[in-house]
Design a protein around this ligand. Structure first.
Ligand SMILES: Cc1ncc(COP(=O)(O)O)c(C=O)c1O
Length: 385
């Protein structure tokens, strides 16, 4: 089945009972035992629920994995992936990784003896130098949040395996429509389903997919026992969002390309980060391992433009957290997604105070660009109050 068709028709029949075309929402928490201690398929909805199970089967198929999991947030999915590690292990993480992922490591897992180190995961030689005998995982984002650095998933996975470690990929920025890390050798893929999968700024959720049975056992046990499960209604909304994932991402990527061309000529932009432009250092690798550059881009505002005035001058575009939605969203990583980093960590990762991140939506690209143009003009020099 073609991937686009899989997105719409999903895994098997949505409703074998009544042949409903859309997925039924089973709000039940429990299931009547047929006889004392005899259950049919389901026992209790923290463990498994028909609506969530349908989504989880779809996730597995989309990611090219054997096992799929749906969580209450992207963070719950990342927490489950990291829970596959042990006390004394060390994890190497992409330098500019989502701030919440760093927060998990610094606030919780470090207390349980899991250490971490930042690495330039885009540079395989440097990454190999960063390995030591305690390194049991590499956690990468590609393209990364917020600087769109690209990491070669196949090369990192091979390197990790050579050292007896696993590779975890946060695939939030591209989604399985554009990139399937498990097929490139990664061991666990996680994603914030809050973003492209649901796509309409109305669900907080996460997913994970795995091939290895032992790893799946760990991720699944964390899901069921910590209980950070996707709820039935949210599972339904994600399945609904997935039906339009392909058409949304095609349109968002087209808009991002147009925005990138505009920004590349704009004096208000000092440096542009977009892996869809041939001069981006990760262009070739991203082209090889994915079906497209996606719709996330970032830029440094030029000196002479006021950052706060730029954000406050936007009228159409929403300034706020999150990404991957039908609306274009603009965010300030230093005070938003990466406020968990210390100023020193942000400096080392290259996340400056003038960095702006854009998630291109599906609006008319001319309207998006016009709003940016106005905000640049109003934030220039003495133009702002
Ligand atoms: C790359 C990335 N991973 C994970 C997350 C966490 O996802 P959630 O907010 O659904 O917990 C985010 C959230 O912004 C993200 O950008």
């Amino acid at each position: 089945m073609n991937f686009q068709t899989l997105l719409v028709h999903g895994y098997g029949e949505a409703d074998p009972s009544y042949n409903a075309v859309s997925l039924p929402i089973y709000l039940t928490t429990t299931y009547r035992q047929q006889k004392f201690c005899e259950h049919e398929k389901f026992t209790y909805s923290r463990g498994a629920n028909p609506t969530r199970q349908y989504l989880e089967s779809l996730i597995a198929q989309m990611e090219g994995g054997k096992f799929g999991f749906a969580f209450s947030s992207g963070m719950a999915a990342s927490a489950a992936a990291l829970a596959a590690l042990h006390t004394g292990d060390r994890v190497l993480v992409t330098k500019n990784i989502y701030g919440g992922t760093l927060g998990l490591l610094t606030n919780f897992y470090s207390d349980f003896g899991l250490s971490y180190g930042f690495a330039d995961t885009g540079n395989i030689e440097k990454l190999e130098e960063a390995f030591d005998e305690k390194t049991k995982a590499v956690f990468i984002e590609t393209p990364s949040n917020p600087l769109l650095d690209v990491t070669d998933i196949e090369a990192v996975s091979a390197l990790a395996h050579k050292h007896g470690a696993i590779t975890i990929v946060d695939n939030t920025f591209l989604s399985p429509y554009l990139q399937r890390p498990l097929e490139l050798g990664a061991d666990i893929v996680v994603e914030s389903a809050t973003k492209f999968l649901s796509g309409h700024s109305d669900v907080i959720a996460g997913i994970a997919a795995v091939n290895d049975e032992k790893l799946a056992g760990k991720v699944g046990a964390f899901q069921r026992l910590a209980g950070g499960i996707a709820q039935p209604f949210d599972s339904y909304l994600i399945v609904r969002g997935i039906k339009t994932l392909g058409v949304r991402i095609d349109r968002q990527t087209e808009n991002a390309g147009k925005i990138a061309v505009f920004l590349s000529k704009e004096p208000a932009v000092q440096k542009l980060y977009y892996p869809g432009l041939p001069d981006h250092p990760g262009y070739a690798v991203n082209r090889r391992q994915s079906k497209g550059p996606g719709s996330m881009l970032s830029f440094d505002l030029s000196p002479g433009y006021d950052t706060a005035a730029f954000f406050d001058s936007l009228e159409l575009l929403a300034v706020g957290a999150s990404l991957g939605s039908v609306e274009t969203l603009v965010q300030h990583p230093a005070t938003g997604s990466h406020s968990n980093f210390t100023p020193e960590q942000r400096r080392e990762a290259g996340i400056g105070d003038r960095l702006v991140r854009i998630s291109a939506g599906i609006e008319d690209s001319g309207d998006i660009i016009e709003d940016l143009r106005r905000a640049f003009a109003q934030s220039k020099g003495d133009n702002h109050a």
